[in-house]
Ligand binder design. Structure first.
Ligand code: S3P
Length: 426
């Protein structure tokens, strides 16, 4: 599907976001393992999170939806059923990586697969620790989906993550829920901690010591009624649009402000962004609030080391902002970007160039010089939701009407994105 985007004369008003994608996956999986009925309010409308629900249904979990509320009848730690068919993770790396941790500890065989993009994404990062727990998993060419998982009784592990990955951390901790003993995951740097928060909310016995997280196996989880805050990674597109568009003044409502995610706001503010937190609340262990963003002169900056990991999902849209900033944007230490839904270093650079923006590419990142303008152009999502949305923002700031090819990819995390963008762009 093509989306035609005309330049915005202004960005104003207020926008609400779909429920956070990362949190939605985790809550659905934990609700499925809990005892009793959980209600997850404001569950993500994105296709990825629907893939998680589809997989859980395939494991015999009863799930009902009413609007954006999802009711999950928990099966308990030992109540999942052997799937009749291959579980379909769609485009979702989170679904396959996190759910594999659960599947590895079940007393049955399962097979989980995904779409073309997911079938090219590496799974050794979860296979290695799960093998250390006694799991038997086979993958295409030893590392790609589909995964064949021969479930068994796992033993606890003490595992140091070789790459900072919240998905791998979650996979191992979820496997630990049904393992014998206490499973510990040590992080090289702090990654998003939604799993730790959600485990506590569902009554798991979890312990945090610095960057080591441990969970005791065999402790029953208790069903919960819990709400998902708005997705800050989705808010990123509106933040950039409002910072860059002349005279913009936008309110973003109910957005998740978990400190392990909000480096985005700190980084934008450090570059001169006028961003104000209007309110702050806590629900289900997560912080959330309304924020206001106004047009600002953006100085430019560098994303490297730990900051790269903290901003990894937002880099495509930050690259767009970099071109319009004074000093430009440099991104380093971002090899992980090459194994996301697309090689995001290549897809970002390709689309920037199509829009007349100069960019220098490195093996681990890119540099977008500042003081540039976007030329109207035809760009491609390459089937990647964040690329579709980042370049919709670039198109809004361009000199004429642009076309986003494959714009439907946005629905992976944000089906309502183009409607929301239109509602705030004059
Ligand atoms: C996620 C972790 C990150 C992120 C992804 C969601 C999560 O991936 O890029 O969009 O929900 O845990 P990695 O674990 O591969 O860093």
């Amino acid at each position: 599907m093509d989306e035609r985007i005309s330049p915005a004369r202004s960005i104003s008003g207020a926008v609400a976001l779909p429920g956070d994608k990362s949190i939605s996956h985790r809550l659905a999986m934990l609700a499925a393992l809990a005892e009793g009925e959980s209600v997850i309010a404001n569950y993500s409308t994105g296709a990825d999170c629907q893939s998680t629900l589809g997989c859980l249904r395939g494991l015999g979990v009863k799930i009902e939806k009413a609007g954006n509320d999802v009711t999950v009848r928990g099966a308990g730690l030992e109540g999942l059923k052997a799937p009749m068919e291959t579980l379909d993770a769609g485009n979702s790396g989170s679904t396959i990586r996190m759910l594999s941790g659960i599947l590895a500890g079940q007393p049955f065989h399962s097979r989980i697969a995904g779409d073309e993009s997911l079938s090219r994404r590496p799974m050794e990062r979860i296979m290695r620790p799960l093998a250390g727990m006694g799991a038997a998993i086979q993958a295409r060419d030893g590392k790609y989906p589909p995964l064949e998982i021969a479930g068994s009784r796992l033993r606890a592990i003490d595992y140091t993550l070789p790459v900072a990955s919240a998905q791998v951390k979650t996979c191992v901790l979820f496997a630990g829920l049904s393992a014998r003993g206490r499973t510990t995951v040590r992080e090289p740097m702090r990654t998003r901690d939604h799993t730790e928060i959600a485990l506590r909310e569902f009554g798991a016995e979890i312990d945090l010591q610095g960057r080591a997280i441990s969970v005791l196996g065999g402790v029953p989880l208790k069903a919960r009624r819990i709400a998902v805050p708005g997705d800050l990674s989705s808010a990123a597109f509106f933040l950039v649009a409002a910072l860059a568009a002349p005279e913009a003044n936008l309110v973003i409502r109910g957005v998740g402000l978990n400190p392990t995610r909000s480096a985005l706001l700190d980084f934008l503010i450090s570059m001169g962004g006028a961003i104000k937190i209007l309110s702050l609340d806590q629900a289900g262990g997560e912080l959330a609030g309304d924020i206001q963003v106004r047009h600002s002169r953006i100085r430019g900056g560098t994303i490297e080391k730990d900051l790269t990991a903290a901003l990894i999902d937002e880099i495509p849209v930050l690259a767009v902002l970099g071109a319009l900033s004074e000093g430009g944007l440099t991104v380093r230490d971002a090899q992980e970007l090459r194994i996301k839904e697309t090689d995001r270093i290549a897809t970002v650079a390709g689309n920037l160039e199509r829009m007349g923006v100069a960019v220098e590419v490195f093996p681990d990142g890119l540099r977008v010089p500042g003081g540039q303008r976007f030329r109207a152009a035809e760009v491609d999502s390459f089937g990647d939701h964040r690329i579709a949305m980042a370049f919709a923002v670039a198109a809004l700031l361009a000199g004429g009407e642009s076309v986003i090819r494959g714009a439907e990819a946005a629905s992976v995390s944000y089906p309502e994105f183009f409607a929301a963008l239109r509602s705030i762009a004059g």
